[in-house]
Design a protein around this ligand. Structure first.
Ligand SMILES: NC(=O)c1ccc[n+]([C@@H]2O[C@H](COP(=O)([O-])OP(=O)(O)OC[C@H]3O[C@@H](n4cnc5c(N)ncnc54)[C@H](OP(=O)(O)O)[C@@H]3O)[C@@H](O)[C@H]2O)c1
Ligand SMILES: *[C@@H]1O[C@H](CO)[C@@H](O)[C@H](O)[C@H]1NC(C)=O
Ligand SMILES: CC(=O)N[C@H]1CO[C@H](CO)[C@@H](O)[C@@H]1O
Length: 269
Protein backbone atom coordinates (compact mmCIF):
# COMPACT_ATOMS: atom_id res chain seq x y z
CA UNK A 1 0.00 0.00 0.00
CA UNK A 2 1.01 3.63 -0.56
CA UNK A 3 2.68 5.72 2.13
CA UNK A 4 -0.39 7.90 2.58
CA UNK A 5 -3.09 5.61 4.03
CA UNK A 6 -5.94 4.99 1.61
CA UNK A 7 -9.29 6.30 2.84
CA UNK A 8 -12.30 4.06 2.32
CA UNK A 9 -16.04 4.49 2.80
CA UNK A 10 -18.12 1.33 3.27
CA UNK A 11 -21.90 1.52 3.21
CA UNK A 12 -23.94 -1.00 5.20
CA UNK A 13 -20.60 -1.47 6.91
CA UNK A 14 -21.51 -2.40 10.46
CA UNK A 15 -22.38 -6.07 9.86
CA UNK A 16 -22.01 -8.95 7.42
CA UNK A 17 -19.92 -8.41 4.29
CA UNK A 18 -19.43 -4.69 4.98
CA UNK A 19 -17.92 -5.38 8.42
CA UNK A 20 -15.70 -8.21 7.08
CA UNK A 21 -14.37 -5.81 4.44
CA UNK A 22 -13.87 -3.06 7.03
CA UNK A 23 -11.73 -5.44 9.13
CA UNK A 24 -9.66 -6.50 6.12
CA UNK A 25 -9.14 -2.89 4.96
CA UNK A 26 -8.17 -1.78 8.48
CA UNK A 27 -5.71 -4.67 8.87
CA UNK A 28 -4.07 -3.47 5.60
CA UNK A 29 -3.47 0.00 7.06
CA UNK A 30 -6.37 1.71 5.33
CA UNK A 31 -8.62 4.28 7.00
CA UNK A 32 -12.27 3.26 7.08
CA UNK A 33 -15.55 5.11 7.48
CA UNK A 34 -18.51 2.83 7.99
CA UNK A 35 -22.09 3.84 7.77
CA UNK A 36 -25.11 2.15 9.23
CA UNK A 37 -28.81 2.93 9.34
CA UNK A 38 -30.12 1.77 12.70
CA UNK A 39 -27.82 0.00 15.13
CA UNK A 40 -25.45 2.74 16.37
CA UNK A 41 -23.98 0.61 19.14
CA UNK A 42 -22.97 -2.17 16.75
CA UNK A 43 -21.31 0.41 14.48
CA UNK A 44 -19.45 2.01 17.42
CA UNK A 45 -18.26 -1.42 18.61
CA UNK A 46 -16.87 -2.18 15.15
CA UNK A 47 -15.00 1.15 15.09
CA UNK A 48 -13.35 0.21 18.40
CA UNK A 49 -12.41 -3.18 16.96
CA UNK A 50 -10.95 -1.60 13.80
CA UNK A 51 -8.80 0.74 15.89
CA UNK A 52 -7.38 -2.24 17.77
CA UNK A 53 -6.41 -4.24 14.70
CA UNK A 54 -5.07 -1.32 12.62
CA UNK A 55 -1.32 -0.84 12.12
CA UNK A 56 -2.10 2.92 11.98
CA UNK A 57 -3.17 2.96 15.63
CA UNK A 58 0.09 1.35 16.73
CA UNK A 59 2.16 3.72 14.59
CA UNK A 60 0.56 6.95 15.77
CA UNK A 61 -0.11 6.19 19.42
CA UNK A 62 -1.48 9.72 19.58
CA UNK A 63 -4.64 10.12 21.65
CA UNK A 64 -6.36 11.76 18.66
CA UNK A 65 -6.30 8.49 16.68
CA UNK A 66 -8.88 6.96 18.99
CA UNK A 67 -11.12 10.01 19.20
CA UNK A 68 -14.57 9.53 17.67
CA UNK A 69 -15.12 11.04 14.23
CA UNK A 70 -16.16 14.65 14.03
CA UNK A 71 -14.26 15.90 17.06
CA UNK A 72 -11.07 16.68 15.17
CA UNK A 73 -11.88 16.69 11.46
CA UNK A 74 -9.16 15.14 9.33
CA UNK A 75 -7.39 13.31 12.14
CA UNK A 76 -9.50 10.17 12.57
CA UNK A 77 -8.58 6.76 11.19
CA UNK A 78 -12.05 5.24 11.65
CA UNK A 79 -15.56 6.60 11.93
CA UNK A 80 -19.18 5.52 11.81
CA UNK A 81 -21.77 7.76 10.18
CA UNK A 82 -25.51 7.19 10.22
CA UNK A 83 -27.30 7.58 6.88
CA UNK A 84 -30.36 6.07 5.22
CA UNK A 85 -29.17 4.93 1.79
CA UNK A 86 -32.68 5.12 0.37
CA UNK A 87 -32.57 8.91 0.79
CA UNK A 88 -30.54 10.83 -1.76
CA UNK A 89 -29.86 13.75 0.57
CA UNK A 90 -28.55 11.32 3.22
CA UNK A 91 -26.15 9.77 0.71
CA UNK A 92 -24.77 13.20 -0.24
CA UNK A 93 -24.31 14.12 3.43
CA UNK A 94 -22.64 10.77 4.13
CA UNK A 95 -19.98 11.34 1.47
CA UNK A 96 -19.32 14.92 2.56
CA UNK A 97 -19.01 13.94 6.24
CA UNK A 98 -16.85 10.90 5.48
CA UNK A 99 -14.39 12.92 3.38
CA UNK A 100 -14.31 15.70 5.96
CA UNK A 101 -13.57 13.30 8.81
CA UNK A 102 -10.63 11.89 6.83
CA UNK A 103 -8.92 15.09 5.70
CA UNK A 104 -11.01 15.82 2.58
CA UNK A 105 -10.01 12.59 0.89
CA UNK A 106 -11.60 9.38 -0.43
CA UNK A 107 -9.72 6.64 -2.32
CA UNK A 108 -12.12 3.71 -2.14
CA UNK A 109 -15.91 3.51 -1.96
CA UNK A 110 -17.45 0.11 -1.23
CA UNK A 111 -21.15 0.57 -2.01
CA UNK A 112 -22.48 -2.48 -0.23
CA UNK A 113 -26.05 -1.62 0.76
CA UNK A 114 -28.88 -3.76 -0.53
CA UNK A 115 -32.50 -4.58 0.26
CA UNK A 116 -34.85 -7.47 -0.27
CA UNK A 117 -38.08 -9.00 0.97
CA UNK A 118 -38.11 -12.78 1.10
CA UNK A 119 -40.63 -14.16 -1.46
CA UNK A 120 -41.21 -17.45 -3.23
CA UNK A 121 -39.43 -16.73 -6.52
CA UNK A 122 -41.32 -19.57 -8.28
CA UNK A 123 -44.73 -18.00 -7.54
CA UNK A 124 -45.69 -14.99 -9.70
CA UNK A 125 -48.49 -13.88 -7.38
CA UNK A 126 -45.97 -13.65 -4.56
CA UNK A 127 -43.73 -11.36 -6.63
CA UNK A 128 -46.01 -8.52 -7.69
CA UNK A 129 -45.99 -6.35 -4.57
CA UNK A 130 -45.30 -2.86 -5.92
CA UNK A 131 -43.69 -1.65 -2.72
CA UNK A 132 -41.12 -4.49 -2.98
CA UNK A 133 -40.21 -3.40 -6.49
CA UNK A 134 -39.89 0.28 -5.57
CA UNK A 135 -37.78 -0.40 -2.49
CA UNK A 136 -35.55 -2.86 -4.34
CA UNK A 137 -35.01 -0.33 -7.13
CA UNK A 138 -34.27 2.48 -4.69
CA UNK A 139 -31.77 0.52 -2.64
CA UNK A 140 -30.19 -1.84 -5.20
CA UNK A 141 -29.91 0.59 -8.11
CA UNK A 142 -30.48 4.26 -7.29
CA UNK A 143 -28.55 4.37 -3.99
CA UNK A 144 -25.36 3.23 -5.81
CA UNK A 145 -25.86 5.91 -8.47
CA UNK A 146 -26.29 8.65 -5.85
CA UNK A 147 -23.22 7.43 -4.00
CA UNK A 148 -21.06 7.55 -7.11
CA UNK A 149 -22.47 10.93 -8.05
CA UNK A 150 -21.46 12.33 -4.66
CA UNK A 151 -18.09 10.55 -4.44
CA UNK A 152 -16.89 11.12 -8.02
CA UNK A 153 -14.99 14.35 -7.42
CA UNK A 154 -13.01 12.77 -4.56
CA UNK A 155 -12.30 9.54 -6.46
CA UNK A 156 -11.16 11.47 -9.54
CA UNK A 157 -8.67 13.40 -7.42
CA UNK A 158 -7.15 10.22 -5.97
CA UNK A 159 -7.64 8.04 -9.09
CA UNK A 160 -9.57 5.80 -6.77
CA UNK A 161 -12.05 3.01 -7.15
CA UNK A 162 -15.71 2.23 -6.59
CA UNK A 163 -16.87 -1.30 -5.87
CA UNK A 164 -20.44 -2.37 -5.29
CA UNK A 165 -22.07 -5.53 -3.98
CA UNK A 166 -24.39 -7.08 -6.53
CA UNK A 167 -25.46 -10.73 -6.19
CA UNK A 168 -25.43 -14.07 -7.95
CA UNK A 169 -29.17 -13.38 -8.22
CA UNK A 170 -28.31 -10.58 -10.68
CA UNK A 171 -26.50 -13.04 -12.96
CA UNK A 172 -28.72 -16.13 -12.67
CA UNK A 173 -32.39 -15.52 -11.78
CA UNK A 174 -32.47 -16.86 -8.23
CA UNK A 175 -32.45 -15.73 -4.63
CA UNK A 176 -34.90 -13.99 -2.36
CA UNK A 177 -37.35 -12.48 -4.86
CA UNK A 178 -37.87 -11.58 -8.52
CA UNK A 179 -37.62 -7.88 -7.70
CA UNK A 180 -34.27 -8.51 -5.99
CA UNK A 181 -32.87 -10.55 -8.90
CA UNK A 182 -33.98 -8.01 -11.52
CA UNK A 183 -32.66 -4.99 -9.63
CA UNK A 184 -29.33 -6.72 -8.90
CA UNK A 185 -29.02 -7.36 -12.65
CA UNK A 186 -29.72 -3.65 -13.22
CA UNK A 187 -27.05 -2.81 -10.66
CA UNK A 188 -24.40 -4.81 -12.56
CA UNK A 189 -25.35 -2.92 -15.74
CA UNK A 190 -25.20 0.37 -13.85
CA UNK A 191 -21.65 -0.41 -12.68
CA UNK A 192 -20.53 -1.00 -16.27
CA UNK A 193 -22.08 2.30 -17.33
CA UNK A 194 -20.39 4.11 -14.46
CA UNK A 195 -17.08 2.45 -15.35
CA UNK A 196 -17.36 3.94 -18.85
CA UNK A 197 -18.51 7.35 -17.65
CA UNK A 198 -15.87 7.80 -14.93
CA UNK A 199 -12.91 6.43 -16.92
CA UNK A 200 -10.00 6.99 -17.16
CA UNK A 201 -9.68 8.33 -13.60
CA UNK A 202 -11.93 5.97 -11.61
CA UNK A 203 -12.20 2.16 -11.69
CA UNK A 204 -15.66 0.64 -11.12
CA UNK A 205 -16.31 -3.05 -10.44
CA UNK A 206 -18.79 -5.26 -8.60
CA UNK A 207 -18.79 -8.47 -6.62
CA UNK A 208 -21.67 -10.93 -6.94
CA UNK A 209 -21.76 -13.29 -3.97
CA UNK A 210 -23.86 -16.41 -3.77
CA UNK A 211 -25.47 -17.19 -0.43
CA UNK A 212 -23.34 -15.93 2.50
CA UNK A 213 -24.35 -16.84 6.03
CA UNK A 214 -24.63 -13.27 7.35
CA UNK A 215 -27.67 -12.14 9.38
CA UNK A 216 -29.28 -11.68 6.00
CA UNK A 217 -28.31 -15.10 4.60
CA UNK A 218 -29.42 -16.80 7.82
CA UNK A 219 -33.01 -15.81 6.94
CA UNK A 220 -32.93 -18.90 4.70
CA UNK A 221 -33.77 -22.14 6.56
CA UNK A 222 -30.90 -24.57 7.35
CA UNK A 223 -32.26 -27.11 4.86
CA UNK A 224 -32.10 -24.55 2.04
CA UNK A 225 -28.54 -23.58 3.05
CA UNK A 226 -27.45 -27.21 2.73
CA UNK A 227 -29.16 -27.58 -0.64
CA UNK A 228 -27.31 -24.45 -1.83
CA UNK A 229 -23.98 -25.77 -0.56
CA UNK A 230 -24.57 -29.08 -2.33
CA UNK A 231 -25.32 -27.24 -5.57
CA UNK A 232 -21.92 -25.49 -5.62
CA UNK A 233 -19.02 -27.05 -7.53
CA UNK A 234 -16.65 -26.50 -4.61
CA UNK A 235 -19.14 -27.79 -1.96
CA UNK A 236 -18.61 -24.48 -0.23
CA UNK A 237 -20.64 -21.32 0.40
CA UNK A 238 -18.48 -18.22 0.00
CA UNK A 239 -17.80 -16.56 3.36
CA UNK A 240 -17.89 -12.78 3.86
CA UNK A 241 -14.08 -12.96 4.28
CA UNK A 242 -13.74 -14.64 0.85
CA UNK A 243 -15.76 -11.86 -0.76
CA UNK A 244 -13.85 -9.15 1.17
CA UNK A 245 -10.58 -10.52 -0.33
CA UNK A 246 -12.04 -10.00 -3.82
CA UNK A 247 -13.04 -6.44 -2.91
CA UNK A 248 -9.45 -5.76 -1.77
CA UNK A 249 -8.19 -7.30 -5.01
CA UNK A 250 -10.27 -4.75 -6.98
CA UNK A 251 -8.73 -1.98 -4.87
CA UNK A 252 -5.26 -3.14 -5.88
CA UNK A 253 -5.84 -4.08 -9.55
CA UNK A 254 -5.00 -0.94 -11.53
CA UNK A 255 -6.05 -2.45 -14.88
CA UNK A 256 -9.48 -3.81 -14.00
CA UNK A 257 -12.69 -1.88 -14.58
CA UNK A 258 -16.26 -2.79 -15.58
CA UNK A 259 -15.91 -6.32 -14.20
CA UNK A 260 -18.37 -8.32 -12.12
CA UNK A 261 -16.74 -11.07 -10.03
CA UNK A 262 -19.03 -13.98 -9.20
CA UNK A 263 -18.06 -15.51 -5.85
CA UNK A 264 -20.32 -18.50 -5.35
CA UNK A 265 -18.27 -21.70 -5.13
CA UNK A 266 -19.05 -22.26 -8.82
CA UNK A 267 -22.82 -22.51 -8.33
CA UNK A 268 -23.51 -20.56 -11.54
CA UNK A 269 -21.69 -23.09 -13.74
N1 LIG B 1 -26.02 -12.63 2.43
C1 LIG B 1 -26.21 -13.07 1.21
O1 LIG B 1 -26.53 -14.26 1.01
C2 LIG B 1 -26.01 -12.18 0.03
C3 LIG B 1 -25.88 -12.76 -1.22
C4 LIG B 1 -25.67 -11.95 -2.33
C5 LIG B 1 -25.57 -10.59 -2.17
N2 LIG B 1 -25.70 -10.03 -0.93
C6 LIG B 1 -25.57 -8.58 -0.85
O2 LIG B 1 -24.54 -8.28 0.09
C7 LIG B 1 -24.75 -6.97 0.61
C8 LIG B 1 -24.54 -6.99 2.12
O3 LIG B 1 -25.40 -7.96 2.70
P1 LIG B 1 -25.08 -8.71 4.08
O4 LIG B 1 -25.54 -10.10 3.90
O5 LIG B 1 -23.68 -8.44 4.48
O6 LIG B 1 -26.11 -7.92 5.06
P2 LIG B 1 -26.24 -7.91 6.68
O7 LIG B 1 -25.32 -8.85 7.33
O8 LIG B 1 -27.70 -8.04 6.94
O9 LIG B 1 -25.74 -6.42 7.02
C9 LIG B 1 -26.60 -5.35 6.80
C10 LIG B 1 -25.88 -4.02 6.97
O10 LIG B 1 -26.62 -3.05 6.25
C11 LIG B 1 -26.96 -1.93 7.09
N3 LIG B 1 -28.21 -1.40 6.55
C12 LIG B 1 -29.39 -2.05 6.39
N4 LIG B 1 -30.30 -1.22 5.81
C13 LIG B 1 -29.67 -0.04 5.59
C14 LIG B 1 -30.05 1.24 5.04
N5 LIG B 1 -31.31 1.48 4.57
N6 LIG B 1 -29.12 2.23 4.97
C15 LIG B 1 -27.85 2.02 5.46
N7 LIG B 1 -27.44 0.85 5.99
C16 LIG B 1 -28.34 -0.16 6.06
C17 LIG B 1 -26.99 -2.55 8.47
O11 LIG B 1 -26.82 -1.59 9.51
P3 LIG B 1 -28.05 -1.27 10.52
O12 LIG B 1 -28.51 -2.57 11.12
O13 LIG B 1 -27.50 -0.29 11.51
O14 LIG B 1 -29.10 -0.68 9.66
C18 LIG B 1 -25.78 -3.51 8.38
O15 LIG B 1 -24.58 -2.78 8.51
C19 LIG B 1 -26.14 -6.54 0.13
O16 LIG B 1 -25.99 -5.66 -0.98
C20 LIG B 1 -26.78 -7.83 -0.35
O17 LIG B 1 -27.71 -7.62 -1.38
C21 LIG B 1 -25.91 -10.80 0.18
C1 LIG C 1 -26.15 -32.88 0.50
O1 LIG C 1 -25.24 -33.83 -0.01
C2 LIG C 1 -24.93 -34.85 0.94
C3 LIG C 1 -23.82 -35.73 0.35
O2 LIG C 1 -24.13 -36.12 -0.97
C4 LIG C 1 -26.22 -35.63 1.23
O3 LIG C 1 -25.97 -36.66 2.20
C5 LIG C 1 -27.28 -34.69 1.79
O4 LIG C 1 -28.51 -35.36 1.97
C6 LIG C 1 -27.48 -33.50 0.85
N1 LIG C 1 -28.35 -32.55 1.51
C7 LIG C 1 -29.45 -32.02 0.95
C8 LIG C 1 -30.26 -31.12 1.81
O5 LIG C 1 -29.77 -32.24 -0.21
C1 LIG D 1 -20.90 6.29 16.28
C2 LIG D 1 -20.93 7.50 15.39
O1 LIG D 1 -19.91 7.90 14.83
N1 LIG D 1 -22.12 8.06 15.20
C3 LIG D 1 -22.34 9.17 14.31
C4 LIG D 1 -23.29 8.73 13.21
O2 LIG D 1 -23.67 9.78 12.38
C5 LIG D 1 -24.38 10.79 13.08
C6 LIG D 1 -24.87 11.78 12.05
O3 LIG D 1 -23.87 12.10 11.12
C7 LIG D 1 -23.43 11.42 14.10
O4 LIG D 1 -24.12 12.43 14.83
C8 LIG D 1 -22.97 10.33 15.08
O5 LIG D 1 -21.98 10.83 15.96
Amino acid sequence: MANIPLVSLITAGSAGLGAATARLFASQGMKVVINYSQNGQRAADLVTELEKLSPLTKKQQAPSSSEPAGKQPGTANFAAIQADLTKRADVERLVAEAAEAMGDRLDVVFSNGGWTQLRDITDLDDNVDEDDWDRCYNMNVKSHLWLMHSAKKYLERTEGCFISTASLAGVKVSGSSLAYAVTKAAQIHLMKGLAMITSPKVRVNSVAPGLMLTDWGLQFPAEKQEVMRNMTQLKRLATPDDVAEQVLCFVKSKSVTGTNAIIDGGLHL
